[in-house]
Ligand binder design. Structure first.
Ligand code: 8YV
Length: 352
């Protein structure tokens, strides 16, 4: 009677493989059900700590902090923690390493979805979409009839686009931006990689040409300069002790008053208080944010939701990777990582 590996999922995963292995008696699957029994709301901390004892593997999301207390509650049986996310700032990697616990994540499958959403945020912010759309939804169109400059914002065409971080998601976004014809793409990166703008995975313009002759792409290691020169800045870096508040008051003061900031990586990369000041005082034109410090606890009293900011920001509830295809692919990868980590498949697909 061989022990069945106990696997805990802190959210019901939209994938068949774990359920099938459980039905076949190959694993003991413990799933968070929640109040509604659907297991879609975040697992409570109490439930997690009570249920992970003796687990070989635990599947977590961003909302589950994997810290000393978590690892102790799981005990020595724990071999792998698999997160359904590319980011792993909610996991204490050193503590996992010390206990010999492997950590898996879900990179690559979400690059294009996050890039699409990030571009959408930039367009929504620069073209004033939320306030323009609200006018119509509230039946107030006649109060603000067409005028030459109403709801105007900058084009991407001809502008300098800055990237804080130039990993896989940024590069996917850079490809999406090329047909919008920016004049320059500048970026900072801690791990320089060659970026081939003529690679076959991005589409040529209607006339069949690639616009590489018009777009200068260069590494700009001085982030203050990137702040000064960019018209739209994309924050797409992982969160760690070096990147906390990388966009601070000094950075925002160096930005152009016509420029926009877009963050779809992690909230704490941007100093929220400084951003609210920058927007309300006109140091910058606006922002698009898929993430915020202290999310999801964002009350209506949040500084960015006040009258002096709210029409200049677009805030979304962390939905960058939320396409059907991407979330299924992430769930599948998270499941494969856990099964690889406990030895039921040959190795993990992605190990941090
Ligand atoms: C996820 C993300 O939706 O992958 C990440 O790091 O932030 C998002 O894609 C979220 O983390 C779910 O856990």
């Amino acid at each position: 009677n061989v022990a069945r590996p106990k696997i805990v999922e802190c959210r019901r995963m939209p994938t068949e493989i774990l359920k099938r292995l459980s039905d076949e008696g190959k694993i003991e699957l413990v799933s968070w059900g929640g109040k509604d029994g659907q297991g879609q709301a975040p697992a409570t901390r109490e439930w997690v700590l009570e249920n992970i004892e003796g687990a070989w593997g635990v599947i977590v999301m961003l909302s589950e902090k994997v810290d000393q207390e978590f690892l102790e509650a799981a005990g020595p049986s724990l071999r792998v923690v698999s997160t359904m996310s590319v980011g792993y700032d909610h996991i204490d990697l050193d503590a996992c390493k010390k206990r010999g616990v492997k950590v898996g994540n879900t990179p690559h499958v979400l690059d294009d979805a996050v890039a699409e959403l990030t571009l959408t945020l930039a367009l929504m912010a620069t073209r004033q979409i939320p306030s323009a759309s609200r006018l119509v939804r509230e039946g107030r169109w006649a109060e603000s009839p067409w005028s030459p400059l109403s709801f105007c914002g900058p084009s991407i065409k001809g502008k300098t686009i800055g990237f804080l971080g130039f990993g896989n998601i940024s590069q996917s976004l850079a490809h999406l931006l090329v047909p919008f014809k920016p004049s320059r793409i500048i970026y900072t990166t801690s791990k320089p990689k060659p970026f081939d703008i003529t690679s076959s995975d991005f589409a040529p313009l209607a006339d069949g040409s690639f616009p590489t002759d018009r777009i200068v792409i260069s590494n700009q290691p001085e982030i203050g300069k990137l702040a000064e020169e960019s018209d739209v800045i994309f924050v797409l870096a992982s969160f760690n002790q070096h990147t906390k508040h990388i966009v601070d008051e000094a950075f925002l003061r160096r930005m152009k008053p016509t420029a926009y900031l877009v963050n779809s990586s992690r909230g704490p990369l941007v100093d929220t208080e400084a951003l609210a000041k920058a927007i309300s005082q006109g140091w910058i034109a606006g922002a698009g944010l898929d993430v915020l410090e202290n999310e999801p606890n964002i009350p209506a009293s949040h500084p960015l939701l006040q009258a002096d900011c709210v029409d200049k920001v677009v805030i979304l509830p962390h939905i960058g990777s939320a396409t059907n295809e991407t979330r299924f692919a992430m769930a599948e990868l998270a499941a494969r990582n856990i099964l690889g980590g406990v030895g039921l498949l040959e190795g993990m697909v992605y190990e941090v």
